[in-house]
Design a binder for this molecule. Structure first.
Ligand SMILES: [Zn+2]
Length: 70
């Protein structure tokens, strides 16, 4: 079912995304983890997905807060 080698999907690094950087992570199949070359973030798929959700949520709130100025 699951292929080894490259990650099934390209995941964006949640840590970089918080800083407004859109960085694709690499997949380490030996450790079954994704990692980011830019900020040293590592995490398994579940962790990445959770953090990405959080990042999106926060980011949206930030945008929302900015729009309330007017
Ligand atoms: Zn990163």
């Amino acid at each position: 079912m699951s292929q080894s080698g490259k990650g099934r999907l390209n995941y964006r690094c949640p840590s970089c995304f918080m800083r407004d950087l859109d960085i694709d992570m690499f997949y380490d199949k030996d450790r079954d983890e994704y990692y980011c070359l830019r900020c040293q973030y590592t995490g398994n798929e579940k962790d990445v997905l959770e953090k990405n959700e959080m990042a999106r949520f926060r980011y949206r709130n930030m945008l929302k807060r900015i729009t309330t100025f007017d």
